[in-house]
Design a protein around this ligand. Sequence first.
Ligand code: ZN
Length: 134
Amino acid sequence: MKKIEHIGIAVRDLSKANGLYERLLGSPAYKEEEVPSEHVKTSFFRVGPNKIELLEATHNDSAIARFIDKRGEGIHHIAFDVADIHEEMQRLKDAGFKLLNTTPKIGADNKLVCFVHPKSASGVLIELCQEIPQ
Ligand code: ZN
């Protein structure tokens, strides 16, 4: 794993949270993107070499909607930048971690992603992400 790529925060209202994080971080989101497969709208902020991802559910069935129902707004996942997602998935599988998908999915921000079950990681949802080469 190379670094923490971003921290994902579940929010009820993306445009409201965008304003709040713009004031907090001192610069606006550089990207807004809907990920239909995940039923979320996202926005991204840069903080030095790292990013903050805000996520709002676009559907009651989305994992973000269920998370907010149970726990309210807050930190939803931590994403790690990896050089080779297939290799990291195999490494974690071999080490006994429970992966939430068997093959990488296309995520937001031009990434291949895979999630690790929070039960495998002290209650934290972990995202692996690899930049998709252009
Ligand atoms: Zn993420």
